[in-house]
Structures are given as C-alpha cells and as structure tokens.
Design a binder for this molecule. Structure first.
Ligand code: NAD
Length: 277
C-alpha cells in the first residue's frame, strides 16, 4: 500500500515539477523533497513532467517512478533562465496539452551575512530561490488561466520565517519573499480558480543532508551537526515524505478553499522559543 494518502481528484491530472532530481548518495534510498513530491503525485495517478539542472538526477527519479508504475517524463533546465523555463513549459504542454499542478521545488542555501556575502552570491541566491518561482509562474499562469483552473505549490523553508542559527541572509530573505509572493499572487488569481500555497519545511533528512553527515570534510559534518542538533520538539528530523504529503494535499481539491497559505512542516520547531519542554 502507498505511504501517501489518496486524493481521488488527482487521478489523470498533469503536474510540472521544477527540481525533480535529488543529490545522489550511492547506496541511499532516501528521496529528495522534489522527488518525493513527484512520487506522491505519481502514486495518485498524476502524469508528471519534471525538470532539473542535473539531467541524470532527474532521470534517476523518473526511473524510480516508472518502476512503481508512474507516468513521468523529464528534461534538463536551469530554472533561473526564462528561456529554459519557457522551453520546459512548452515541452510539458506538447506532451500533455495542460498543466493542472505546478510544483516549485528548486532551492539551495549559501552561507553569509550582508557584509561577508559577495554581491554575486546574493544575486545568484535570489535568482535560484525567488526569481525561479516568478519565472515558472510567469510561463504557467497564462496556461492555467486559459484552462480555468490550476494549483501551484511552492516549496519555501522555515528559514523564511525564523533565524535558524546560521548566517544565510540571502536564502532566508528569498524564502520569506516566496511566502509573500505566494500570498499576493494567490489573491490576484483567486477569481480565476487558480490557487497558490506554500509548504514550509523545517529540518528534513534529504540525501543532501545525509551526504553532509557522511562527508570526509569536517566543515560538512559541522553543518550536519548544526542541522541535527536543532531542538525540534518532536525530537527528530522530518522526512521528505512529510513534506510531500502536505504538498499533495495542497495540490489536491481537498484544499480547494485554501489559497495564499503556508503550511509549516517542522515538528514544532518554529513554535517554540525556549530550550525545550
Ligand atoms: N532539506 C531540507 O532540510 C529543507 C528544508 C527546508 C526547505 N527545503 C527546500 O526544499 C527544496 C528541495 O531541497 P532538497 O534538500 O530536497 O534539495 P536537493 O538538492 O536534493 O534537490 C534540489 C534539486 O534542485 C536541482 N537544482 C539546483 N539548481 C537548479 C537549477 N538552477 N535549475 C534546475 N534545478 C536545479 C538540483 O540539481 C537538485 O536535484 C529547496 O527549495 C529547499 O530550499 C529543504
């Protein structure tokens, strides 16, 4: 039986997933957030079209999904490039003639505060974490508008809500902006039956995080310790499936009266200010 809930309205719908690959950790069977979301959609009978900067990562996800009976096609794209995003949206439309669900999953952090972060790093962070969301919406919203329906799920982060104990000023700012972009765009598109919501993950055990823990570099292991030592009230990291479940719900008609919202999936982390129970 599937580990994901079933939302019957999803069967036969088409989803475009930006960032469907995941960091490859040989021997690991953990799914990345985007791959887990694509999996949850596929197991609900959604036809998935995905892209990733790393084509082999995207293909790995597609193979795993097809092995489970899912329908998934992938291509390579840089989500910070308007022409790439336009090409991917065109390819998804050529294949399926519609896009019912858009998932914006790409995002990555870089360390730094406003003084020690180089201007190019700031620009690259804002492009990757924020402009990418604008670009996919720029190209997909007109399609959803013509269809008269659509659901967009943006993957933010609790870094966009709280300070997480490390300097990552551009990432945090961009993720906060993703949450606000979602709110205001949701209002603009509410009369058109197009919903936008965010899933807001906390500390999640993805292959990327797992890799840091296994790394030979002390700096990487230090970042891993920093992540795992967070005082999460539930006492553990989350799983990508926890994030995927919420994204699935938001994408489905079960959330048909919800738009502009951000659902935090963090084991209670951002609800506490003290040192524990
Ligand atoms: N892992 C966590 O604990 C955590 C917590 C909060 C939020 N998030 C968010 O979840 C999302 C996914 O994170 P993950 O940990 O699963 O990462 P991941 O690295 O496993 O997956 C991200 C994918 O995005 C792809 N990508 C990177 N740059 C790209 C680009 N320019 N164009 C297209 N694809 C590109 C990567 O190749 C990779 O396959 C991100 O938005 C991240 O900010 C993660």
């Amino acid at each position: 039986m599937s580990m994901f809930p079933v939302f019957s309205d999803l069967k036969g719908k088409v989803a475009l997933v930006m960032g469907i690959g995941q960091t490859h950790v040989p021997g690991s069977d953990i799914w990345g957030n985007g791959a887990a979301m694509a999996r949850a959609l596929c197991l609900n009978g959604v036809k998935v079209f995905g892209c990733d900067l790393d084509l082999s990562a995207a293909e790995r996800t597609a193979t795993r999904l097809r092995d489970e009976g899912g329908v998934c096609d992938v291509t390579t794209a840089d989500v910070t490039s308007s022409s790439d995003v336009q090409r991917v949206v065109g390819a998804a439309m050529a294949k399926h003639k519609r896009i019912d669900i858009l998932v914006n999953n790409v995002g990555m952090t870089a360390p730094g505060n406003p003084v020690n972060m180089a201007e190019q790093v700031w620009d690259a962070q804002l492009n990757l974490n924020l402009k990418s969301v604008y670009l996919s919406c720029h190209h997909v919203l007109p399609i959803m508008d013509r269809q008269g329906s659509g659901s967009i799920v943006n993957n933010a982060s609790i870094a966009g809500v709280s300070y997480l104990g490390k300097h990552q000023v551009a990432y945090s700012t961009a993720k906060a902006a993703v949450i606000h972009f979602t709110r205001v765009t949701a209002v603009m598109y509410a009369p058109k039956n197009i919903r936008l919501n965010c899933v807001v993950p906390g500390m999640i055990l993805t292959p990327l995080v797992e890799n840091l823990g296994k790394s030979e570099r002390e700096e990487d292991r230090q970042v891993y310790r920093k992540i795992t030592e967070h005082n999460v009230p539930m006492g553990k990291l989350g799983e990508p499936e926890d994030v995927a479940n919420v994204a699935l719900f938001l994408a489905s008609d079960a959330a048909k009266y919800m738009t502009g919202q951000s659902l935090v999936v963090d084991g209670g982390l951002t609800s506490q200010t003290g040192t524990g129970q």
